[in-house]
Unconditional design. Sequence first.
Length: 162
Amino acid sequence: MVDRPEVALDELYREVVMDHHRHPRGRTPLARVDARAHGFNPVCGDEVLLSVALDDERIAGVQVQGRGCAICTASGSIMAEMLPGRTVSEAETTSEAFRGVMHGTPAPADVDLGDLEALEGVQKFAVRVKCAMLPWVTLRDAIRAWRNGGTEATSTTEQEVG
């Protein structure tokens, strides 16, 4: 049998996604919520309630609640794990880079997607791209509400998630 590195990498990526699905990070309630948004994908029923605690322009914590498929859950879990400590601007840059990857554009060299790279194969399935993007689009809505002086945004059936 010949060792095929791309098969090993695919398996590793599947393991990362399933670990985040089975043991989602970011489920612990935050002591303080500065921004919150609700996202819903009517195509598959994925639903995300995202809460963010901020220290000025730095993300102090992320809580992701909801229900969804393995891809949506893993994407939200990865977000909750990677964003604390980053600035809002860095989170937005990561979100945009991930959106690009989901649409076939390589991530910029200066953007570390971390475990989000495990979701790169999702781009082959257009309907699943919406699942991977839902937590990130919901984050964008929460940040927008926070910048506009509010704390909560709701995006449901008309939300653009891809």
